[in-house]
Design a protein around this ligand. Sequence first.
Ligand SMILES: C[S@@+](CC[C@H](N)C(=O)[O-])C[C@H]1O[C@@H](n2cnc3c(N)ncnc32)[C@H](O)[C@@H]1O
Length: 265
Amino acid sequence: MADRRLWVPTEVNVDAPSAARVYDYLLGGSYNFAADREFARKAISIHPGLPMVCRENRSFLRRAVRHCVANGITQFLDIGSGLPTSGNVHEVAPEARVVYVDNEPVAVAHSRMMLKDSDRAAIVHADLRDPDTILNAPETRRLLDFDQPVGLLIVAVLHFVLDTDLVKTVLARYREQLAPGSFLVLSHGTLEQQAPSAKAIQDLYNRSPNKVITRTKQECIELMDGFDLVEPGVVFTPLWRPESLAEKPERPEDAGWYGMAGRLL
Ligand SMILES: C[S@@+](CC[C@H](N)C(=O)[O-])C[C@H]1O[C@@H](n2cnc3c(N)ncnc32)[C@H](O)[C@@H]1O
């Protein structure tokens, strides 16, 4: 039996790795259990660059949030927000109102504790495949005004939803709720330009409860349907509007995941 702490909801099986807690470990966090750490260490032994992939994704998320704020966004819906870690959206955009959503109970419990005194941010326990539950949740109704532009963040999440038609249907449902000027921000795993070890990581996840699918750049462009892609389009995360030369690694493709944002006209 792995370590169990006070903040673990009783229904959680800490003996099986969860995508949220493995990601937390890969980012150097401490909201994870022995099974998560064992899985993550195995993944790192197969693909040593994996922690860097996650860090680059977080940097992309922060830049994308700042880009949205610079373009007038004052409210965010962050679906698949994960465990609290440095650079949460309400920290990057302290003036904004933020609704976080995740389907992982430990992520939800911890986010709820962290946000309990906030009147600008809240967490909803829901699955992204159920847009109506998310859109009608009391927290969403209280904090977000869908007559005004919203920054919809679904970052490093859609590779956990294997059914592409369903992903497109769900994205269309969110899109029809958004006011013009809203943003959709995605990042997504791909095998394009990747070493064979990236495929081995996908195989490892697919032998766990957290199945994943990778998608091509063209498939990612199709996910952005209805949104006007922000320059530079769909690129490896470090290439998405780096804010300094230091942020641009020599081999951006090693960051493994595509980042993209689009604006609803
Ligand atoms: C790799 S983490 C990404 C966290 C954060 N968005 C980021 O980019 O740093 C993926 C998160 O998506 C959540 N997730 C996966 N499938 C989901 C679903 N169907 N509905 C809601 N959340 C989901 C996982 O629980 C996990 O917290």
